[in-house]
Design a protein around this ligand. Sequence first.
Ligand code: RM4
Ligand code: MN
Ligand code: MN
Length: 431
Amino acid sequence: MPATDVASNATEIDPAAERDHARDFGELADRLARAGLDAEAVLAAVQRFEVALPSWAFATGGTRFGRFAGEGEPRTLREKMEDAALVHRLTGSTPRISLHIPWDETRDIDEVLNDARRLGIGFDAMNSNTFQDQPGQEVSYKLGSFSNPDAAVRRQAVEHHLRVIEFGKKVGSRALTVWLADGSNYPGQMSLRKSFERVRECLQEVYAALPDGWRLFTEHKPYEPAFYATVVQDWGSSLLLAQSLGERAQCLVDLGHHLPNANIELVVARLLGIGRLGGFHFNDSKYGDDDLTAGSIKPYVLFLIFHELVLAERERLPGFDPAYMIDQSHNLKDPIESLLQTVDQLQQAYAKACLVSHDELASYQESGDVLMAERTLKRAYETDVRPLVAEARRRRGGALDPIAAFRASGYRARKAAERPAPAPTAARTHL
Ligand code: RM4
Ligand code: MN
Ligand code: MN
């Protein structure tokens, strides 16, 4: 399939929509100018914003109660990359895909690299998987991988990570994200202290194998699949690991990996303060690791997180270089549409955070004017930045309204014909 086939009509210009947009953007720019804000500066920042797409989010996800596959889902890495290229074409902000091994394992790396060149996409952080047993595997991860009391299992898990790094080197990745399902379901099942020590030792070996210029991200998660005590359950555990590994180990914050009501922006601020914020897995949740579309449940929290990031950027905090990635499971929505919606939500949250008047905020904080400090944040948050985000997309060659453009392109119907669904199997569900 030639690159131009990636929904060639997906970003066609609609003159009426263009005119309305120009008027909306002009009005917003005026309003911002009256408030002493420079729309062009915010636009430039939003245009620089990029987020990686998760290869595992292009097919419909499921729960342990079932999975309802959609039409035209990608069946191979090449097909996932085609979908990723389309999302990039429509948003202009998603030039990289994050791979999951072995889900994306392939014999022919040259083919992957050719596809990437043809489609114009690159590769972000590599993700390992020691939370499932693979066919032909020698020992089982049933009772953990890095934390397993059996040295043979730990060895196998370390070897897997070394292979993931090798794969990543070939595709030009620069980071490894380690999320471990390790933990226990019942008190007494495993030593709480020793299991953590074993994880640390295994990670040390993986860290020692990191190529130059790579980072290692540890991703915490409070529960599931371990329902009593997950080994890397919170940001504190993740930070302990990062600190004991070395400079290039940082913490990854998946927005769904917190107990209800956790103050995620505070977690972000703490990690920023200590130079260990590696990056994000964006999504949203109401209860747990729900993997919903970013900004769908708690958009204000998303804004407050971006506020911390914008502050860190302004203050040039040492080591500030967060990797932005999406991690979602699309159980009901068309995965491509949900990803388009996600990118838009992230850009909006970022744009709003760029509108915060930092000097005013700092002076209200200084003088203890609680209400005005809060109002300064709220004023930015309540600004309708949709025309600005659309303009940023337009300037990067994307669509004013990516979802409308996607629907008008007929891409999904074409893929449904090209990619007949495989016979139903006991489908993997997203964790
Ligand atoms: C986990 C975690 C990881 C992701 C897997 C599929 O809950 O979020 O980042 O790779 O799910
Ligand atoms: Mn994640
Ligand atoms: Mn998760």
